[in-house]
Design a protein around this ligand. Structure first.
Ligand code: NAD
Ligand code: DAU
Length: 360
């Protein structure tokens, strides 16, 4: 039985990935989920799988070398899928320290621990082991022109403390392949959306605010472009790269779904109105005039667009979920998980929201 060590599995993409893997492989695999449960980590995301015999949750910080080495020593890990990170650009602008700690130093601890566990006496590595670093398209910086895309060969030009810290983790991963031969892959993915996404990110924030008749904050002119991918498609891509990716290679993952932020907001409002029955009192709260242009994000990247040609040609992955379908699935999930939203938006979230948006 193959054992996967998933870091950050209590977060948005990590928990969707764990669900995807159990749906696909059932009892054929074991997953060890290592997460220190920051504000973004939520064990409620994993409620329906937590009792599985082939699943184990370990609360640990990826910067804690002793704890991570112990996890490798106690489990025969075959695959590392390294999601754990501080992931929100706005938070990185306010407090870069924690981003460098987790995304750079934590990644180095993960790489060192995998190397220590998998390296043989002659400096080669055990067969059939792999470390996958979940990177982001933000390492490539920003595109201006329509028609230009991020390729795997696009030079790095990160702008925010978040993307700079992810780029450092990304480059360290490649360095461990180039220097020691650690078996790695790197995936650079565009913006994800779907179930369990924390409502500091654009799509769940707009859904949550719209259903409560709250202002819908748009940074700058609202014309920044992101390339949206349904989270299950990302989970599938990671699985396929682990299975078929050539060692040491990077693969871009993207949805071929570029949209301006203001378009996304209008699609959400229209879809909410269409999906809510007339009898639902929230329907009246969903209003276009709540769209509010606010101060722009500092250093706001203008446009991201991924060329997923390599992963399609070499691995056979392509985005399957059209945005129109993915956004309906997402909204339906939020309709059915009001309690989840209530829990994650109580307490600290209120404080964050007031601090982040009162100055805008
Ligand atoms: P998230 O913020 O929802 O989840 C991050 C998880 O990591 C949380 O469960 C948190 O508790 C955990 N974590 C944070 N610091 C930790 C530490 N020191 N030790 C152990 N666990 C820790 O993030 P996400 O949106 O699910 O993103 C997951 C990964 O995917 C990140 O590496 C991110 O850079 C990358 N990524 C995200 C997107 C996106 O659109 N969300 C796109 C491309 C790449
Ligand atoms: O591209 C991949 C990246 O996508 C990941 O690496 C990051 O972890 C993930 O957070 C995401 O980063 P973004 O900054 O693109 O996502 P966010 O949802 O924060 O913002 C999306 C766009 O919407 C961006 O242009 C900023 C804008 N925005 C965001 C918020 C929260 C608004 O206009 N208003 C808002 O209130």
């Amino acid at each position: 039985m193959r054992t996967y060590l998933v870091t950050g599995g209590a977060g948005f993409i990590g928990s969707n990935y764990i669900h995807y893997m159990f749906r696909k492989y059932g009892d054929e695999i074991k997953i060890v989920n290592v997460d220190c449960l920051t504000y973004a980590g939520n064990l409620e995301n994993l409620k329906d799988i937590e009792d599985r015999e082939n699943y184990q949750f370990i609360k640990a910080d990826i910067c804690d070398r002793e704890a991570i080495e112990r996890i490798f020593a106690e489990n025969d890990i075959d695959r590392v899928v390294h999601f754990a990170a501080e992931s929100h650009v706005d938070r990185s602008i306010k407090n870069p320290d924690i981003f460098v700690r987790t995304n750079v130093l934590g990644t180095q601890v993960m790489l060192d621990s995998a190397k220590k566990a998998w390296e043989l006496a002659d400096g080669s590595f055990m067969a059939d082991k792999k470390f996958l670093y979940v990177s982001t398209d933000e390492v490539y910086g920003s595109l201006e022109e329509e028609g230009s895309y991020f390729y795997e060969t696009t030079p790095f030009a990160p702008h925010s403390p978040y993307s700079a810290s992810k780029a450092a983790g990304d480059m360290l991963t490649k360095a461990y392949f180039d220097t020691y031969g650690l078996p790695v892959n790197i995936t650079s993915c565009s913006n994800n959306y779907g179930p369990y996404q924390f409502p500091e990110k654009l799509i769940p924030l707009i859904i949550n605010n719209a259903l409560q008749g709250k202002k819908l904050p748009v940074y700058g002119d609202g014309k920044n472009v992101r390339d949206w991918l349904y989270v299950d498609d990302h989970a599938k891509a990671i699985d396929m790269v682990l299975e078929k990716g050539k060692l040491g290679e990077r693969y871009n993952i993207g949805g071929h779904n570029e949209k301006q932020n203001i378009e996304i907001i209008h699609i959400i409002l229209d879809t909410l109105r269409e999906m809510l029955p007339d009898s639902d009192p929230r329907k009246e709260l969903v209003r276009d005039d709540l769209i509010t242009y606010v101060t722009d994000r500092k250093g706001h990247d203008r446009r991201y667009a991924i060329a997923p040609d390599k992963i399609k040609a070499e691995i056979g992955w392509y985005p399957e979920t059209m945005f129109e379908e993915g956004i309906r699935l997402t909204i339906q999930w939020f309709f059915e998980h009001e309690e989840w939203m209530k829990h994650v938006t109580s307490g600290d979230y209120q404080k964050y929201y007031e601090e982040m948006y009162s100055s805008k």
